[in-house]
Ligand binder design. Sequence first.
Ligand SMILES: [Zn+2]
Length: 269
Amino acid sequence: MASEACAAARALVASAHRITVLTGAGVSTDSGIPDFRGPDGLWTRDADAGLGATLDAYLSDPAVRRRSWRAKLDSPVWTAKPNAAHLALVELERSGRLRTVVTQNIDGLHQKAGSDPHRVLELHGTLHATVCLGCGATGPMRDALKRVADGEQEPDCPRCRGILKSATVSFGQELDGEVLRRARLAALDCDVLLVAGTSLSVQPAAGLVPLAAKAGAQVIICNAEPTPYDSVAAVVLHEPVADVLPDLSSVPPSGGGRFSSWGDPSTWS
Ligand SMILES: [Zn+2]
């Protein structure tokens, strides 16, 4: 990558001490997970697939729930492998500069790649867990899916027999307040906000970008298409995220910083 914009992005990352990353569906498409809202997305191709994501429809219609469980069994998420974009963020974290990954993805691929789970904030929840809409109990998704594979059309809560759902945020459902609070703090407390693979069309996630910019962060946006927040960004890149993120994560720190990392203590001699 040789463009002026890429050079500007590399310079920002080189001098950064506290990077927050905001990721969206575009980071996982190379892992074979379709962008649900994109032109080829499941919402667009199959109107029924979207029904399972509306909380009202899920609660009121057993047919929607059964369809949703069947579709989950075949989700590409279970076999997906992290790609170069996920791995690049792990490398950036190990260099001591990346503090937080805020993601709109529900596929768990940042953690699977090796990102510290404590640094990953899943704004829209996770497909890897279930939650009971009756008692709030949570459990592993694989337990529920095993029951579906064994013939149950709609697994219920093992504790209270209530309606079980993936621990993802559905349309019409509030985000987890604590996760959103931590995401906003991460946006306020970074010197560079690196936005990757999101069209920034969904709130409140998109609002993290102007929040970080107002707080003084330099914003880098890397997305195939223009976003509504390109005007607040210091640099906008339209190259593929799987090229841009490895390139940026390989940039050495410019050095001399007050916050330079001590590195991994196990490597001290
Ligand atoms: Zn329950």
